[in-house]
Write a protein that binds this ligand. Structure first.
Ligand SMILES: Nc1nc2c(ncn2[C@@H]2O[C@H](COP(=O)(O)OP(=O)(O)OP(=O)(O)O)[C@@H](O)[C@H]2O)c(=O)[nH]1
Ligand SMILES: Nc1nc2c(ncn2[C@@H]2O[C@H](COP(=O)(O)OP(=O)(O)OP(=O)(O)O)[C@@H](O)[C@H]2O)c(=O)[nH]1
Length: 442
């Protein structure tokens, strides 16, 4: 059930971004413009036949360091991918031909034993196909020639990437709620899990960082079963100047992909960082339930309005996730953590809520009266009806005469109406606008 992770590595300018954009499926999200999230996209979901995976551009995750030499940057990138990915997609450039950096990366990849798909980009026409052959000497198997710009060769490339992946299965184990515990290093993830479980887990010291899935913990609470998916312990020993945070990003993404509800932990002493916003943006875009837990609340000197002020500050930084409940507490002293079980359960329920079409259309009629959809260059938008097509997250389709006439602000207005009526606390919702020729049936 875990969605495989594919990491792209390669020198700058070989066409990694172009390839990612070509492979990405457009996510249907009602929030189109999340600051810092959609602009530098570091991941995307790819579906191919009955397989799916998450594609990560490790280059996009890398933290810039002025003094960093290019080639050491590449090495870090590649090492990161090696540690975390199920398959590595190594992109080289047919136009420049093989370079010393390519050989360095290939050397690293060969030693890992992980599956590597060697992708030769910029093979734009048939008479360039010979350019692919020189890359055999990298010792990484048959190279696949593609042209990312022209979207050529994608079928074969995707076949090769997904060769060993499991076929997608429908929802499994309804009553277990998978809960990802996410947050920067040191915010108290492990402490929280231990406190929830009521005992100290013996964490296996795994220097290779490969067996973390084994520490998912089963937590029983009020007759319900939760699986706590841990992302802690990301720190690698002994490597000097290791940018710790970049490890947490990939681990977090993997845990989020496989959860129903994510608890994002903030440190009461540091508050929101850009990195936090990115990860929370990812939770939102992935359509997962979200609870914000402000930990280490025991360390804060409190006045009457302290948590109101904190909450305001957090909400200001996360305008797209205003639906997420915020809880203040302490994993160490256990203050308020007993509330988390009920909260997780409530959020999971909200994410699975189904609203009957008749009820939705009553709501729609009301909404249209309060705020008729505006005309656009002389044309009037008509909204015919609305229906819910999915859960986790709740997803609605609104049928209209012309989707281009429905402005984003109107979608947001509808979202607000839906939330006023049904709450959907803790879960994103999606509204898809679809054009229909007329109001008649079909
Ligand atoms: N001819 C040709 N050019 C391509 C192809 N794919 C990408 N390019 C060009 O190669 C250049 C680099 O592409 P990017 O996708 O930005 O490369 P990148 O690997 O993401 O680069 P970094 O962000 O620097 O790591 C751009 O000018 C692209 O238009 C291709 O299939 N054929
Ligand atoms: N005062 C206080 N300290 C806490 C609290 N929760 C955790 N800590 C301390 O914060 C430190 C880090 O806690 P961990 O639980 O290891 O944090 P983590 O997020 O799992 O860290 P990584 O494994 O690095 O990802 C430890 O020293 C904890 O004792 C809290 O609620 N209050």
């Amino acid at each position: 059930m875990s969605k495989p992770l594919v990491a792209i590595v390669g020198r700058p300018n070989v066409g990694k971004s172009t390839l990612i954009n070509g492979l990405a499926q457009r996510r249907v999200s009602i929030v189109e413009d999340i600051p810092g999230v959609t602009r530098d996209r570091i991941y995307c979901d790819v579906k191919w036949l009955d397989r799916e995976f998450t594609l990560i551009d490790t280059g996009g995750i890398e933290f810039k360091d002025e003094r960093d030499q290019i080639s050491s940057g590449i090495r870090q990138q590649a090492e990161l991918a090696i540690d975390e990915a199920d398959v590595i997609l190594f992109v080289v450039d047919a136009r420049t031909g093989m370079t010393a950096d390519d050989e360095t990366i290939a050397g690293l990849l060969r030693r890992t034993g992980k599956p590597v798909v060697l992708c030769v980009n910029k093979v734009d026409s048939e008479n360039q196909e010979m350019d692919v052959y020189e890359f055999y000497s990298l010792g990484l198997g048959d190279p696949v020639g593609i042209s990312a710009v022209n979207r050529l060769g994608f079928g074969e490339l995707l076949d090769r990437i997904t060769e060993g992946f499991p076929a997608r299965t429908e929802e499994s184990s309804e009553d277990i709620i998978r809960t990802a515990i996410v947050g920067r290093p040191n915010v108290g993830k492990s402490t929280l899990i231990n406190s929830l479980l009521g005992y100290q887990r013996s964490l296996v010291a795994d220097e290779m960082g490969t067996t973390r899935d084994a520490v998912d913990s089963v937590w029983k609470f009020k007759g319900k079963t939760f699986v706590l998916v841990d992302t802690a312990g990301m720190r690698k020993k002994s490597k000097i100047d290791e940018p710790v945070e970049k490890y947490s990003v990939i681990r977090s993404i993997r845990a989020i992909d496989n959860c129903d509800v994510a608890i994002f932990i903030l440190d009461a002493e540091d508050m929101l960082t850009e990195q936090d916003k990115k990860i929370i943006g990812y939770i939102h875009e992935a359509g997962k339930g979200l609870i914000l837990f402000v930990n280490k609340w025991d360390t804060i000197e409190k006045g009457n309005t302290t948590n109101v002020e904190f909450e305001k500050e957090i909400r200001k930084g996360l305008p797209f996730a205003s639906y997420a409940p915020v809880l203040f507490g302490s994993a160490l002293t256990k203050q308020r953590i007993h509330r988390l079980g009920d909260m997780i359960y409530a959020v999971a329920e909200q994410a699975s809520l189904r609203v009957p079409t008749a009820v939705l259309n009553d709501l729609l009629e009301d909404a249209k009266m309060v705020n008729p959809p505006p005309a656009h260059s002389g044309r009037v938008a008509k909204i015919y009806y609305m229906t819910q097509v999915g859960i986790r997250p709740p997803t609605f389709v609104m049928f209209v005469n012309d989707a281009n006439l429905i402005h984003f602000s109107y979608v947001r207005f509808m979202e607000n109406r839906l939330r006023e009526a049904f709450s959907f606390e803790g879960t994103p919702i999606r509204i898809v606008i679809r054009s229909k020729k007329d109001g008649g049936d079909d």
